[in-house]
Structure formats: C-alpha cells, structure tokens
Design a protein around this ligand. Structure first.
Ligand code: WT7
Length: 635
C-alpha cells in the first residue's frame, strides 16, 4: 500500500485511519520517501495549539526549489514545467522546460542577490500572470528570501499597506499587464504606493506591455538586462524546515489584512501530497489551474505542489471572456488539458453564455475537474459535470483556506464517490470537528456546526506576520485547543462534509475573501460619510455581492445620491481594488445596534437578502425603530 498515492476508496480509508492513529509516522514516511533533504528532521511534529506553536520536521534542512526543480533535471529536464498561455490567443504559448526553469530561476536569484537581497529579507511581488511571476517566487525561495505576492488587481493603497506591514526591501513588478482587452498600468500603481513606503530600496521591472513608465534613478531597474548578465547557476540556500517561505495576505473580519506566514518543509510536503492525490496527477498530464498566483490557490497548486511532483502546470494570463466566452475551452483543446481547476464564480459566469462556446471545442482530454474558493451551487455543479466533464470527469470540490496552505477536505477522484455541493471527506492527516455554540464537539452524522480542525497538518500557517497575538485570537481562541476555520459546515449521513459558508464577518465574493471592516474603513474615509455597514447578499454569478448601508454626515445630505454612490465605489477601488465594489448602496438614517454598540449585521443581512419574514428578536436593540425605516427603503 502506498501512502503517497491513493488509488481507491478502501485504500483511502486505510491510509486515513493510519494517518489519524499515528500522524507522526504517517508524515514521516511521506516526507522520507518523496522529497530531497539536505538533512533529515530530529522530530516530526511538535505542537501546542494553546500558544499556538506548531513545528513540523524540526531540525531538517532543505531548499524547496531543489525539490521543485533540481531533482527533476536528470529524469525530466526536457519536459515542460510551465506552459504559459498569453492573454491574446494570437500570441504564441511558451513551453518552459525544467532545464530552462532551472536556468531562469538561478539567474533571477542571482539578480536578487546582486541587489542586496539576503535570506530572510521580504520581497513584495506585484506581477501579472506572466512566467516571471512563478519564476520570481522560486528565485526568492532559492536564496531564502521571503516572498509576499500581492494580487496585481489590488490598488496602490492595498499594496503600500502590505509592503509596510512586512517591511519589504524590494518590489518586483512589470510595466503593465494585459487583462482581456484592457491594459493596466502596474508600474504607475507601484510608484504611487511607494510614496508611502520607506523600506523599499529597489524595484525590478519586467517588460510586458511595452507601455511607457517612469523609472526612478537608483531605485528602479529593468529586469531583462540584469537577467541577461546574470550567472546561470545559483547554489540553493540551505533552509531550516520552519524558516518562513512566504507571507500571503488575507482579509480579516476586523482591521488590517493578515499576513499569513507559511514555513518551508511542512508546506512543501503537504501541497505536494495533496496535489498528487486530489488531482491524481500522472507523468504525462497537463494540469491547469485558472487561479492567479496572487492567491493561495496559485501558490500551492500552480507553483509549488505541481512542480514538486514534476508536473506540467499551465499559467494563463488572460480572462475567461476574452476574446470570447470560449477561451477556457479553446485552451483545454489546444493544450489537451487533463486536469482543470477553477472557481464556481467562473463556472456560473460561463454557464450563463451560449452552450456553443463549450460544444465547439474538443474537451475529451479532460479527466478531472476541480473547484475552489466558495460553495458550488447545485446548478453550476451539474452544468460543469454535464457540459465540461461530459459526465466522465469526477469533480473535486476542494475546501481550504489561505491559512491552511493546502486542500483539507476534498474527494479523491476515482476513489470518493462525489456528491454535488459536498467537499466530502478529509484528506489524510486532517481531523475536522463540528462545534456547537457552547464550545462542545457535535459527534455523529446528520449534524451541523462550526468547522474546526483538531490536530495540526503540515501546511498550517504558523503565525500572522508581526502579530502572533492576533493569530491566536483569530484561530485558536473561539474553541479551546482547536483551529477555528470561520466556516460553518454540515456532516451528512455518511460523514460527508458540506461547507455552508462563513459564520464571521468575512464575505466571499467571486471566490475572494473580503472582510467587512476594511471596506467599511475605506467608505468612512469619504468626507460625506458618517458610518457604514457592509453585508453580503446572494448573487447569481458572484455567489455573494456586497450591500452597503451608509449613514451620511449632515454635510452630505444635500449631495446628489447617484454621484455619492459612484464616489463611494471609487474610494473602495482606491483603497482595496475593484473586486470590493458595492453592488447596492442604501443611504440610511441609522444602523441597528446592540446596547453595547455592536452593529447587528444579522438583521442587515436579512434585509439585503429580502428575507424579512423572520428578523428574530429586535427588542434588545438600542434603536429598533431604525429597522422599519431601513426595510421600507431597501433596494
Ligand atoms: C474561504 C477561504 C482556498 C483557496 C481559495 C480561497 C471558502 C474555499 C471552498 C469550497 C465552500 C469554500 C471558505 C473558506 N471556500 N473553498 N470548496 N466550498 N467554501 O481562500 O481566500 O483564504 O478563503 O473560502 O469560506 O473559509 P481564502
């Protein structure tokens, strides 16, 4: 029996039981057999959720890029590692072999070193989905620098907040980016962000759109000439298992974004293991995940997980709707994609279009389909199954989070029978628990509760950068001795999990995790706004859309409402990015508050969802009369 590659349901149950009975020996075996180490660990696991402190493979020495690149060179050096498909279908795709990837990463790493980047330094990466993005992550990892990728759709304010939070010494960007028919001026956004940042010493700029940019003497450098001169070999820095590999920011329900810190060995082992099993990856497969590397999905399942398995991983620069809604399926046909991994929001958007966009293409290469980011509704699941998978491809509904580093609950294709809208069963080593509101675990099946994890898995985030206290409060304080996910879930009669959605103030819009607080903070910056509250409401394509309740200052009362709405969305775009724009804005005289001054979002959520039949108890409110008023004028 192989622990590493599960091939049927019985084997899954055997492996799972083993992984729970003795997690240490389970992960010890996986780590021993499938990776290269400079030195083996002294201890597999050391953990204490009350501190919280989690260490995997302590004492081990390694470099993740040796596992993702070097070790493949003699067996699959000429195999395509990264297959780059540009935004414009007329531009040729690029096949970067493992050998070429090695050279590119080494050169890039040497450039970073030349510019003074050392082990432990933070490098912020603000690049579009071009090969340089994946290469730059690996180049940082090669020399032990900590990368922090900021999604290139975020605004300059969001970028500067993240640069300052992690104290980055360098920013990597490009002149611009192509997104469908649009060109975005990335360098201009970086320039603006950097007016607010003191820590950044240099900016390296890749050329993509050939748009004109300003280069600040002594700070900004074009990447290409530096790469040309760079030496093509770079010894990997030998890292400790628990050295940080990267920081990735995610929204919280309060305040500033949280810089989740992932460490090296555990992250590598877990993402590689889950990639192999969730996608049943085989040597000649061509795997495509449509996410952006700016999100955790791209880190774990475009870059690290696939490359650690010697896979061919596709990077797509564009969008599903350009030049038309057949673009995804055209790419599947063109590159004979075998595994296709995308978000429910993309499926819903494509399902709305004419079916000819799908049927026009030959999708027979597909073996496995995946979804991630939010619950998939039944209709979208069936459309995906019927028209894309042609009923032959199992759909893996993978549940996980930025914080978890890798997939925690998912079917294993050809082993776990799938069930629409269910993420089904935990991965080996993962011990979910459903909790009631009093903090007790709910045992048995056909129950629902708050989803916690009872035991560490190797790729759990180790801390929040610069704020361990917040890490403890957010994830380990709601339920004693358990990691709290922030999600609600139910367990059906056979023990399958279905994720029902967030139970905190995080809203998932088009698969993106948006906290209410940062959006409210942004809106409140508008000079006419006194206070605001954001809630989610169901949306056909986005899953959830944002509804804002806004109280105006007296000075704002006389202003034109439509203009105000535009300005409010403009402020949000500037502070966070267009993904956080509000679909509906209602101006209200007040917000329903508890006696302790907390906004009763539950009521606002119901009104926004047009579900006002049972608002629950409003008698404890400080201002119950305002609820009537809000209902009367709701949009
Ligand atoms: C939140 C995490 C994991 C990478 C992308 C999102 C929701 C994620 C599913 C799923 C239902 C899901 C959860 C989770 N979510 N996958 N398959 N079914 N909900 O990462 O931005 O950290 O968001 O996304 O609510 O907590 P993220």
């Amino acid at each position: 029996m192989s622990n590493y590659h599960i091939k049927h349901l019985e084997e899954y149950f055997q492996v799972y039981r083993k992984s729970i009975r003795n997690p240490e020996s389970f992960w010890d075996e996986v780590a021993e057999e499938h990776f290269v180490w400079r030195k083996k660990w002294d201890k597999v696991l050391d953990w204490d959720f009350s501190k919280p402190e989690i260490k995997w493979f302590e004492g081990a020495k390694l470099n993740i890029t040796e596992n993702c690149i070097d070790r493949h060179l003699h067996i699959r050096g000429d195999k395509t590692a990264i297959l780059f498909e540009p935004n414009d279908p007329k531009e040729e795709a690029q096949h970067i072999t493992y050998k070429e990837l090695h050279e590119k990463v080494c050169k890039f790493a040497n450039v970073l070193k030349d510019k003074g980047i050392k082990k432990g330094d933070r490098v912020v990466i603000y690049l579009p989905m071009i090969p340089e993005l994946a290469i730059s992550l690996l180049a940082c990892a090669r020399i032990g620098a900590v990368h922090s990728v900021v999604f290139a759709g975020f605004s300059s304010t969001a970028l500067s907040t993240r640069i300052n939070d992690c104290g980055a010494k360098m920013v990597l960007t490009s002149d611009g980016s192509f997104r469908g028919s649009k060109t975005i001026d990335l360098k201009g956004i970086v320039d603006e962000a950097l007016t607010q940042c003191d820590s950044v010493e240099s900016v390296l700029v890749a050329k993509r759109t050939k748009t004109e940019v300003t280069m600040e003497e002594g700070r900004d450098f074009w990447l290409e000439p530096l790469l040309e001169k760079a030496y093509a070999d770079c010894e990997p820095e030998v890292m400790d298992a628990e050295d940080p590999l990267f920081i990735l920011y995610t929204s919280g329900s309060t305040g500033r974004p949280k810089g989740m810190v992932h460490s090296t060995a555990g992250y590598m082992v877990y993402t590689a293991y889950t990639f192999k099993n969730v996608f049943q990856y085989r040597e000649d497969d061509v795997y495509w995940c449509t996410a952006d590397i700016g999100w955790i999905t791209g880190h774990s399942y475009i870059v690290y997980g696939p490359l650690a398995n010697g896979a061919t991983t596709v990077m797509f620069e564009g969008v599903p709707s350009y030049p038309d809604f057949g673009r995804f399926w055209e790419i599947v046909q063109k590159h004979k994609i075998t595994q296709f991994y995308t978000a429910p929001t993309a499926i819903r958007a494509l399902a709305k279009e004419n079916l000819d966009f799908v049927t026009e293409y030959d999708l027979s290469s597909l073996k496995i389909l995946g979804t991630v980011g939010e619950p998939i509704n039944e209709e979208a699941w069936h459309w995906y199954n019927d028209h894309v998978g042609e009923k032959k491809c199992p759909i893996v509904d993978t549940w996980w989070q930025t914080e978890t580093g890798g997939v925690l609950i998912s079917p294993i294709p050809f082993s776990t029978p799938t069930k629409p809208t269910y993420a089904t069963l935990p991965m080996p080593g993962v011990q979910p628990a459903l909790m009631d509101e009093n903090g007790n675990e709910i045992k048995g099946n056909q129950v629902d509760g708050r989803l916690c994890i009872k035991f560490p898995w190797p790729s759990i985030a180790r801390t929040i950068w610069g704020d361990h206290k917040r890490y403890k409060e957010t994830y380990f304080s709601a339920f004693d001795g358990k990691y709290f996910t922030g999600d609600g879930a139910l367990r059906d009669e056979v023990g399958y999990y279905r994720i029902t959605g967030r139970v905190d103030d995080v809203i998932i819009v088009s698969g993106h995790n948006l906290g209410t607080a940062p959006i409210e903070d942004a809106i409140n910056e508008h000079q006419a706004v006194a206070e605001s509250a954001i809630v989610g409401f169901p949306h056909d394509i986005k899953g959830n859309a944002l509804y804002g309740y806004v109280i105006l200052k007296e000075t704002g009362e006389s202003r034109n409402r439509e203009n105000l709405k535009k300005e409010i969305n403009q402020v949000i775009t500037e502070h966070i990015g267009p993904i956080a724009k509000l679909d509906k804005i209602q101006f209200v005289p007040g917000l329903p508050k508890t006696r302790s001054g907390k906004i009763m979002r539950r009521i606002l959520r119901k009104i926004a969802s047009k579900d006002t039949s049972n608002l629950g108890d409003t008698s404890t409110l400080l201002n119950p009369e305002v609820v009537e008023k809000i209902m009367e004028e709701s949009l």
